[in-house]
Ligand binder design. Structure first.
Ligand SMILES: Cc1cc2nc3c(=O)[nH]c(=O)nc-3n(C[C@H](O)[C@H](O)[C@H](O)COP(=O)(O)OP(=O)(O)OC[C@H]3O[C@@H](n4cnc5c(N)ncnc54)[C@H](O)[C@@H]3O)c2cc1C
Length: 276
């Protein structure tokens, strides 16, 4: 849609060009959300694509994903063969209510900064133990664990004008085996729940990440795959009842039920994996 309150679009070549951050400014990434609804409080868009950050960079430590990397670029990325968790990239892109047209424009950073429960780039980066680099308008860059970035539905750790620059996924996490469960009320609908379990190669630990069903990500860590009762108790004591997310894509009770159901499936799957 046309945003008829917007009077200026800035296209900086470097983020340092944007010093002030008055009311009415907004970073523009893929624009798939920004242009989907009136932005009555916004008069200036600052286009991130003009910064031309490389989308994906493999390093000795893992993968650097620019905030401006599109979902299409991430979904088609060819990972090193020992990154056993890399199929999660496409699975999480497929978890959005979005066609290929949205994939070609929507960015990883835009999805994270929207901070919707169904933001599957949050599911991906939290489950793979990612770290976000944030660029404040003033002061030094700071980092935050992906699992701690989202504070609630459409709420996050960004300060006014602060920019999500990149996401680091450690090679250690990318090398893990994984189990993935997702449900949606409609076949191509918004995710009601995504649960991802990961396990280090040759180990029998378990990292379980619950998203979409809850207003923010929850992560449970076990040194060894627990028994079913221990897992249930851990979920009960970690996720407050009030943090299950109720919306048109499912009631809180339904999402809580699926959380326990999928977590148990993942536990059983990775328990068997650990015996291999
Ligand atoms: C058909 C359709 C289906 C959708 N389905 C889903 C879904 O299932 N789940 C879901 O979570 N969302 C969904 N969305 C919403 C949205 O399109 C996605 O979240 C998308 O990934 C947003 O990315 P974008 O690059 O287009 O962000 P934009 O629309 O450009 O920006 C989104 C917000 O993030 C801010 N922002 C963007 N990048 C940065 C950055 N690097 N640093 C700081 N702030 C930044 C912007 O200022 C804006 O407030 C859907 C949208 C459409 C049109």
């Amino acid at each position: 849609m046309n945003l008829n309150t917007v009077t200026e679009v800035k296209r900086p070549l470097s983020a340092e060009e944007i010093i002030d951050w008055p009311e009415g400014y907004a970073w523009l990434a893929g624009g798939t959300w920004l242009f989907s609804t009136p932005q009555v409080d916004t008069h200036t868009l600052v286009d991130l694509q003009s910064l031309r950050w490389p989308a994906l960079q493999v390093t000795a430590d893992g993968l650097e994903i620019a905030a401006t990397c599109t979902l299409a670029e991430l979904a088609h990325f060819e990972a090193p063969p020992n990154w056993k968790a890399a199929p999660l990239f496409k699975m999480c892109c497929d978890s959005l209510l979005a066609s290929f047209k949205v994939w070609n424009a929507a960015t990883v950073g835009g999805n994270i900064c929207m901070s919707l429960p169904a933001g599957s780039m949050i599911s991906l980066t939290a489950s793979l133990e990612g770290t976000y680099t944030l660029w404040p308008r003033e002061g030094a860059p700071r980092t935050i664990a992906a699992v701690d970035f989202v504070a609630g539905n459409n709420e996050n750790a960004l300060r006014p004008g602060e920019l999500l620059r990149s996401i680091h996924l450690p090679a250690r996490a990318l090398s893990k085996r994984f189990a993935f469960r997702r449900a949606s009320l409609t076949q191509l609908g918004r995710s009601a729940i995504i649960v991802i379990g990961t396990q280090a190669p040759g180990a029998d630990d378990l990292v379980l990440t619950v998203t979409a069903a809850t207003v923010k990500p929850f992560q449970l860590r076990f040194d060894r795959v627990p028994d079913d009762r221990t897992l249930r108790e851990a979920i009960f004591s970690t996720i407050p009842e009030a943090d299950y997310f109720e919306d048109v894509h499912g009631s809180a009770v339904y999402k809580r039920h699926l959380t326990y159901y999928f977590a148990e499936q993942i536990r059983a799957e990775l328990l068997n994996g650990a015996k291999e």
